[in-house]
Design a protein around this ligand. Structure first.
Ligand code: UDP
Ligand code: XDX
Length: 313
């Protein structure tokens, strides 16, 4: 490769970014209501111990009225009052363990996003994190806009400014900036135009989601993005600017485990024959010394939901 010609992003990524980037301001509630037609919309909140924030988000989604057909919270094993607060706000709440129980129950975010397919009726699913501290209804209308506008669009990713709460006006999306974006740019440069590849707010057609595997844990967004690109092409993807998004932040060690899971998710798609070591060893201070802390970061994907007994029913 002529090194003088690598001063720009992949041409496909540049073209996609120019053609497939919208703003929530492009889509009014009235225009969406007119465009909705017979399409059913399910808003899904994956929730693990999100009692302080889940209720306000559910309430905010419900202000959209008939644009949204159902708001479903999938409880990922909370020990706080997430389920009660979500139900009181008007959500339908399902516990992970009660969904497709014959498939078992695994920890992690990917599990509840996958199981949500079995307890929703929408032609379109809109995933929204339940720890947002600045949710506004335009998060949903912005994500629906490109899907209502173009039947060939299958998935819409949110992007936004991501203040690191109490730290800096930007700086959020640490795993995105330090791990996911560098890896995706290297292995899938056609996706370099995706501003927030790990965004937890995204909307997609059921016809797409039910045919894709769901990666374990925090690898789910990375897996769905890559698999959508590889099965349906860049033209199936779009992104929408939602302005700003703030949420609860995990500590660095937790984000290290998240990054490790994402490394495995990408490797499984790039070099599946190359088996990575399945655990991450981190260290914690213990009195005078440090103690290793080992986490399994490589559990298998969940298979496409259409292959699961009982789903079609
Ligand atoms: O095992 C899990 C981990 C996370 N979540 C939910 O997934 C969303 C994003 O998780 P988190 O906030 O931990 O990720 P971050 O935004 O910090 O990357 C939140 O609604 C969590 O409650 C979940 O349902 N199960
Ligand atoms: O983008 C990121 O780096 C991480 C961590 O964000 P912060 O550094 O806590 O703002 O947050 C995202 O990553 C997760 C894994 O894909 C998603 O599940 C979350 O929804 C998303 O917030």
């Amino acid at each position: 490769m002529d090194l003088t010609t690598v001063s720009f992003m992949h041409p496909s990524a540049a073209a996609w970014f120019a053609a497939r980037t919208a703003s929530w301001l492009d889509f009014s509630l009235a225009s969406l209501a007119a465009a909705k037609g017979g399409a059913r919309v399910s808003v899904v909140l994956p929730a693990l111990d999100e009692e302080p924030t889940v209720g306000e988000i559910v309430t905010g989604v419900l202000t959209l009225g008939s644009l949204v057909d159902e708001v479903v919270v999938v409880d990922s094993g909370s020990v706080d009052r997430t389920a009660e607060v979500a139900a009181a706000a008007g959500a339908v709440v399902h516990h992970r363990d009660d969904i497709l129980p014959w498939t078992g129950s695994r920890p992690g975010k990917g599990e509840v996003l996958w199981k949500a397919l079995a307890v929703t009726t929408g032609d379109i699913l809109v995933y929204v994190d339940a720890d947002l501290t600045d949710f506004r209804p335009h998060f949903v209308t912005g994500l629906l806009g490109p899907l209502f506008a173009d039947p060939s669009t299958l998935m819409v990713k949110a992007f936004y400014d991501r203040p690191l709460l109490d730290v800096s006006a930007s700086g959020g999306g640490r795993v995105t900036e330090l791990a996911a974006r560098p890896l995706l740019n290297a292995y899938f440069p056609e996706l370099a135009g995706v501003v927030q590849p790990l965004a937890g707010e995204y909307a997609a057609r059921r016809s797409l989601l039910e045919r894709l595997p769901f990666a374990y844990g925090y690898g789910v967004e990375t897996g769905l993005l890559i698999d959508t690109y590889r099965t349906a092409g860049l033209s199936a993807l779009a992104q929408v600017d939602l302005g700003q998004r703030t949420h609860g932040h995990q500590d660095t060690a937790a984000l290290g485990r998240m990054a490790a899971t994402i490394v495995h998710t990408i490797n499984d798609r790039v070099a599946p024959a190359h088996k990575l070591w399945p655990t991450l060893t981190q260290f914690r201070r213990d009195g005078e010394g440090v103690v290793p802390h080992v986490t399994d970061v490589s559990l298998p994907d969940r298979p496409p939901m259409v292959t699961v007994d009982g789903y079609q029913a």
